[in-house]
Design a protein around this ligand. Structure first.
Ligand code: CP
Length: 304
């Protein structure tokens, strides 16, 4: 299976996921690669980012390629003059070999892919998806636990707007006997489209209110932040601080379990730095590093 673009998690099947994992494992041991020498990657970011943009750019540089970037395209690209995303992509795709786009509108990356003459990668589209994050999340689960099936996964936080949790549900649904437990404030529950997908793919899921009841019984705790920028202040006030991991409940998490978070984290995880540095259950910084190798693997897949 060969991808032309990567705009949603549903595009991936287990064989290609395994290919990415194997390649990412190799890439973390290699230096001075020139696989993408002479190729240029454009990163067009209409929303802020630390990890996704920088890891894609470093991934391209480590593979011998070059980058051009608009880190604040909403303000400093011709979008400000009213140019459509389609026109921007038609033009940029004639300058470069691959486009990584983050946009504030759901479905923007797919729209971009439809008119692009080069591969387009979705780096997050509004409340839609963040499929490369889901791929690196799954890779992290594989690295930490040695398997990506037969797992109990708690997804916690703003599940209505969190595009990473949505994308990860699609991927978890591709592997057998995974069970997902959604824990979110009443006003930010996982949306129907994902639940419908899970039902259709026979993936067991449930909704729980009590985080502490769930924590001792799961393999993965996937924490997410409340997406303040996507909801009303009223909704934010209702949801903030509702589900937190701190010293009062960290001890009830099994030593074999892992806490993941796509980051940035705000106040939904409040653990001392010493614990974050040394306790194996804290996996979110290793997770962010894994993103570099997975994105290198993805660029090689799309550009060679
Ligand atoms: N996880 C993630 O998308 O982080 P950034 O917003 O920093 O890219």
């Amino acid at each position: 299976m060969k991808l032309k673009h990567f705009y949603e998690s549903q595009q991936l099947e287990p064989d290609i996921i395994n290919e990415f994992f194997n390649r990412a494992d190799l890439l973390r041991t290699q230096n001075s690669l020139q696989i993408l020498k002479g190729k240029v990657l454009a990163t067009l970011f209409y929303e802020p980012s630390t990890r996704t943009r920088l890891s894609f750019e470093v991934a391209m540089l480590k593979l011998g390629g070059n980058i051009i970037s608009t880190e604040n395209a909403r303000e400093f690209s011709s979008a400000v003059k009213g140019e459509s995303i389609e026109d921007t992509i038609r033009v940029v795709s004639k300058y470069v070999d691959c486009i990584v786009i983050r946009h504030f509108e759901d479905g923007a990356a797919r729209k971009a892919a439809e008119v692009s003459s080069v591969p387009v990668i979705n780096a997050g589209d509004g409340k839609g998806q963040h499929p490369t994050q889901a791929l690196l999340d799954l890779y992290t689960i594989y690295k930490e636990l040695g398997k990506i099936d037969c797992l109990k996964i708690a997804m916690v936080g703003d599940l209505a707007n969190g595009r990473t949790a949505r994308s990860l549900c699609y991927l978890l649904g591709k592997f057998k006997n995974n069970e997902i437990i959604f824990i979110s404030p009443e006003n930010l529950k996982m949306r129907y489209d994902i639940k419908e997908y899970l039902l259709r793919h026979n993936v067991k899921f449930s909704e729980e209110k009590d985080l502490d009841k769930v924590l001792p019984n799961v393999d993965i705790i996937y924490m997410t932040r409340i997406q303040k920028e996507r909801i009303t202040l009223d909704d934010y006030e209702k949801a903030k601080g509702k589900y937190v991991i701190d010293l009062s409940n960290f001890h009830i998490i099994k030593h074999s379990s892992r806490i993941l978070h796509p980051l940035p984290k705000i106040d939904e995880i409040k653990l001392p730095t010493k614990i974050e540095h040394s306790d194996q259950r804290v996996a979110y910084f290793r997770q962010a590093e894994n993103g570099l190798y997975i994105r290198m693997a993805l660029l090689i897949h799309l550009l060679t």
